[in-house]
Design a binder for this molecule. Structure first.
Ligand SMILES: [Zn+2]
Length: 128
C-alpha cells in the first residue's frame, strides 16, 4: 500500500525522442508538438545526436517543451546535443531548464536513478 500523498511525481519510464536534420522555423512547431505529445506517456529524453543544425526558434521550442514538462511533472532532458547547441545553452544559461547529457544511455541511467530515489524531480545539469 503506497500512500505518497500529493507530492508524488509522475515519473514513469522515459521515451526517447530522436530528432534529426535541421530544427529551424520550418520544423519548430512540429518538434514542439511531438515532444509535448510524448510527455503524455512519461518523461522524455531528446536524442539530438542526428541534429545538424538548430536555430533560435528550435531552442525556443525545446524551452517551451521543458516548461510543459515541468507543469506535467515530467522530466525533459537533452542527450548528445550538437556542439553548436551546447554553446547556445551555455550562453543563455539554459542548462538549468534543459538538463543535458552526453548521450542517451547516460540520460537514461540518471533518470532511472531518480525514479528509484524519492522526492526531488530534478536532474542536475551536466556540462557536456
Ligand atoms: Zn522522470
Amino acid at each position: 500500500m503506497l500512500d505518497t500523498g500529493q507530492e508524488q511525481f509522475l515519473c514513469g519510464g522515459s521515451t526517447v525522442a530522436e530528432l534529426a536534420g535541421e530544427i529551424d522555423i520550418a520544423t519548430t512547431e512540429e518538434t514542439y508538438e511531438l515532444l509535448v505529445s510524448l510527455l503524455d506517456d512519461g518523461c522524455v529524453i531528446v536524442d539530438l545526436s542526428a541534429v545538424e543544425f538548430i536555430d533560435a526558434s528550435g531552442v525556443n521550442a525545446l524551452v517551451k517543451a521543458a516548461r510543459e514538462a515541468s507543469l506535467a511533472h515530467r522530466h525533459l532532458t537533452l542527450a548528445a546535443p550538437p556542439r553548436q547547441l551546447s554553446r547556445i545553452l551555455d550562453v543563455l544559461a539554459l542548462h538549468q531548464i534543459l538538463p543535458t547529457h552526453p548521450d542517451v544511455d547516460t540520460a537514461r541511467s540518471i533518470h532511472s536513478r531518480l525514479q528509484q530515489g524519492r522526492g526531488g524531480h530534478y536532474i542536475p545539469p551536466q556540462v557536456v
